[in-house]
Design a protein around this ligand. Sequence first.
Ligand code: FE2
Length: 160
Amino acid sequence: MPDPVQMLIDDHKKVKDLFQQFERADGSREKRKIVEEAIRELRVHSALEEQAFYPAIRAVKEADDIMDEADEEHHVADVLMDELESMTPRHSHYDAKFTVLAESVRHHIEEEEGEMFPKAKGLGDERLRSLGEQMSQLKQQLTRKEGAARRSSPGRARSK
Ligand SMILES: [Fe+2]
């Protein structure tokens, strides 16, 4: 039975790992590959949160402020990812932009895991179970969609 919070924590591990790989990478080809993979992971992950997890947590008492902040942090990440996708590693600020994306996502992850995810308990076991089911189906759909978008326009990723 998929635990919705654990699913998101697993995604977080994956992107934090990619951020570390980027820090160790040298050579623009390797960096670009890592950046593209991180963006792919983040797009699927944030859509999953926005479409399923966040609306569910909004229903929990006193979650509004945290959720508003999270929405804004997703927005900042979207802007940075859009910009990165219109750049190549030759741009002077490519590395810096990805580093800022990584820093802000790390901060966002800390807030989610520290403040937001504990609120999920307020949903109760039954709701959590159905949310987990919903999220694992949605994740498969989103992953397929993201893959298809990339195949149809490699490089400059997805259509909005
Ligand atoms: Fe998030």
